[in-house]
Design a protein around this ligand. Structure first.
Ligand SMILES: Nc1ncnc2c1ncn2[C@@H]1O[C@H](COP(=O)(O)OP(=O)(O)OP(=O)(O)O)[C@@H](O)[C@H]1O
Ligand SMILES: [Mg+2]
Length: 255
């Protein structure tokens, strides 16, 4: 039973990929709920299924098993066009590999979502504020190839926020940033939750990033190993120790 405060829920999610003869179970029986206005960190080793999970939650992939609920309604069984419309209206997605269009400037890239849908009220001022906050104000005319890796990453974050989404799904949004840059992005994500009631799920390998979240999900080999409030861990160091302990049996079980 999904509680009313749950904006998003996964029920028994499963997804496998076929590569030639081989079948890779990327996710297997993953269930959890996400409360509105909260920041959830998703941790797990490389290949544990984090990107697959985010793609499923955004409706970019369809599950083989289980379902995704958005405000209690089955999101995964909608028609492709309806799912895409809901996603564009409600979800901001930060891609792990940024997905910036190479022939468009940074300013054009971050405004791209507005070509498809009418911008919400105040979106122009809002986007200008986000771009400044992310330190991109001086790079607006640059093409992606003229930006540093960290600048590209921040541009991908700005674009995901362009339509004032109520849900933000971010795939390693700080993977290319130094400690100061990561902390700054975490501050932004926190502010979105606190000031706008946004719901954020962010994938990260880094305990110093995850510690900013309210809750942490830990994945190992496609299974949910932990779903705990961050208050269970005192600081980033304790979180790192718990994370390593949890992942060790999964890593040992590998060939
Ligand atoms: N399109 C695909 N075709 C075949 N296998 C895939 C595909 N996408 C993902 N996989 C496999 O599914 C598993 C989970 O991949 P996923 O990208 O979700 O991992 P991840 O946790 O995001 O890893 P990373 O931290 O490296 O980004 C991996 O074994 C991967 O090789
Ligand atoms: Mg990934």
């Amino acid at each position: 039973m999904v509680q009313a405060t749950m904006v998003m829920a996964a029920e028994g999610l499963g997804k496998a990929f076929r590569q030639g003869e081989e079948r890779i179970a990327a996710l297997d029986g993953v269930s959890f709920g996400v409360e509105r206005g909260t920041f959830t960190a998703v941790m797990g080793a490389s290949g544990s299924g984090k990107t697959t999970l985010l793609n499923l939650l955004a409706g970019l992939l369809k599950p083989d098993a289980g379902r995704i609920l958005l405000d209690g309604d089955d999101f995964s069984s909608l028609k492709d066009s309806e799912r895409a419309r809901l996603r564009r209206r409600r979800i901001g997605f930060v891609f792990q590999d940024y997905n910036l269009l190479p022939n468009l400037t940074l300013a054009e890239n971050v405004r791209l979502p507005r070509l498809l849908d009418e911008a919400p009220e105040g979106a122009e001022g809002w986007l200008a504020e986000i771009v400044e906050f992310l330190g991109l104000g001086g790079r607006l005319k640059h093409l992606p190839s003229q930006l540093s890796g960290g600048e590209r990453q921040r541009a991908a974050i700005a674009r995901a926020l362009a339509m004032k989404p109520e849900i933000v799904l971010a795939d390693e949004p700080t993977g290319n940033l130094d400690l100061r840059g990561s902390t700054h992005v975490c501050e932004l994500l926190r502010r979105l939750c606190r000031e706008r009631g946004c719901t954020v799920l962010a994938v990260t390998h880094a305990p110093h990033v995850a510690i900013h979240a309210d809750r942490v999900l830990m994945l190992g080999d496609g299974r949910l190993l932990a779903d705990r409030p961050m208050s269970d861990f005192g600081d980033a160091e304790q979180l790192a120790i718990a994370y390593q302990r949890l992942l060790a049996p999964v890593a040992e079980g590998r060939p």
